[in-house]
Design a protein around this ligand. Sequence first.
Ligand code: SF4
Length: 95
Amino acid sequence: MSNRIEKSPETHTVFCLSRRRMLEGAALGGAIVLMAASTQPASAKMTEAAAGYQGEPKGDSSCGNCTLFRQPSGCLIVDGNISQNGWCRFYSKKS
Ligand code: SF4
């Protein structure tokens, strides 16, 4: 006696169709996730308040000597008009 499961042609067709539908559903779900992700800004920055930004240096630390500062008044991670004399809790000293 064999343990092999014999499938009728009808069973095989139903199995193949449902597997195909499952794969199509997975592909559609993936596309929806990608579309949803693409509606988000590519480089969302945090607010000044969230970063604890202040318009004055903290000791010797200031945006002007932070690796994340971008002239003339930008920051890679904090949104807004960033002064080179400012500072936030994500300060990263230039080496
Ligand atoms: S200290 Fe650095 S991370 Fe913070 S706002 Fe200034 S440039 Fe951006």
